[in-house]
Design a protein around this ligand. Structure first.
Ligand code: ADP
Length: 295
């Protein structure tokens, strides 16, 4: 449970922000997150979602998460929880946001989700990347801009994690070798597209159906990337409902062959899992890399 002192800090912060005295009278743990501790706070007839983390290395994790949520909120009609308060108390970092109540999936849920994601992906800029770095899970993510997707995907996403996974002994040494070949391979494989604003970590655990039956997504790792990256992420663990992909394709068709390219994009989240959790993920990464025959 959280300490009375921390609760006090949260009450004062929320009261200041909202201009009314907030007294939190209930704290319930929320399960489901991989990285942080989560709680439901209740006070003054309103609920809040609280995340806590005590990792000194990742002091700005929650600031980046709040930035990502705000950017998503400005850039598409899809709902995101509004971040309300972030800060630290002793070694503990906190983020408080709007609580989203769960509802029943309505008939047009997947259409609303797909069309909303298309609107997000229509946001573009000249280069791949972002004006600031952020995190995916608890791993730092460099968003230093590149003109082309193959260069960005290789040098900012795959290569750093391959090195990390090799250093941790999760992958065989040969996958950490310096090589230009994967970048060339990606250039041949992936059709060029304009940079698209991405959620960046869009797996099935990062959205819920809200009380009105609409999708609400959260826990982003935003940047301008190739939109197949978000689609590949949705398909990593089971996938979204089939109609989501049909609606997405209807409004913003993907280049032919996208299903075949999926595993290439999935290499990134699989590497994240290989580094963070080990288990069967390193083997899956090696299988994909072996199919490339470039190491
Ligand atoms: P982590 O950063 O540790 O992965 P998440 O952001 O995924 O944590 O949140 C953990 C769980 O809390 C999610 O699976 C989801 O069910 C729930 N959740 C996340 N955000 C909210 C919110 N704003 N309101 C209500 N529940 C939420």
């Amino acid at each position: 449970m959280i300490s009375a002192e921390l609760l006090n800090v949260l009450e004062e912060g929320l009261s200041r922000k909202q201009g009314v005295k907030i007294a939190i009278n209930q704290v319930q743990p929320v399960r489901g997150g991989d990285i942080n501790l989560a709680y439901r706070l209740s006070g003054n007839g309103r609920d809040y979602f609280l995340k806590l983390n005590s990792g000194v290395r990742i002091a700005d994790l929650f600031e980046k998460e709040a930035f990502g949520l705000e950017l998503l909120a400005r850039s598409s009609p899809l709902r995101v929880p509004t971040p309300l308060l972030s800060g630290s108390f002793g070694p503990t970092f906190f983020l408080v946001m709007e609580w989203i109540s769960k509802g029943e999936v309505t008939r047009n849920f997947w259409e609303v989700f797909a069309r909303g994601l298309v609107r997000l992906h229509r946001n573009t800029q000249a280069e791949f990347g972002l004006d600031q770095d952020n995190f995916i899970g608890s791993l730092p993510q460099s968003n230093k801009p590149c003109r082309g997707w193959p260069e960005f995907f290789w040098s900012r996403r795959l290569e750093p994690l391959l090195r990390m996974a090799v250093d941790l002994g999760r992958l065989a040494k040969k996958y950490g070798r310096n090589s230009q070949k994967p970048c060339d391979y990606l250039g041949d494989l992936i059709p060029a597209e304009p940079p698209a604003l991405l959620h960046g970590d869009l797996w099935a655990g990062n959205f819920i159906c809200d009380e009105r039956g609409n999708p609400c997504f959260y826990d982003p790792a935003v940047y301008f990337g190739h939109r197949e990256m978000d689609l590949a992420m949705t398909l990593l663990f089971g996938g979204f409902h089939r109609s989501f992909y049909l609606h997405y394709q209807e409004v913003h068709p993907l280049e032919p062959g996208w299903e075949k390219r999926l595993e290439c994009f999935q290499l990134y989240p699989l590497l994240v899992h290989a580094v963070l959790f080990g288990g069967s993920y390193p083997r899956r990464v090696e299988e994909i890399l072996d199919r490339w025959k470039v190491f």
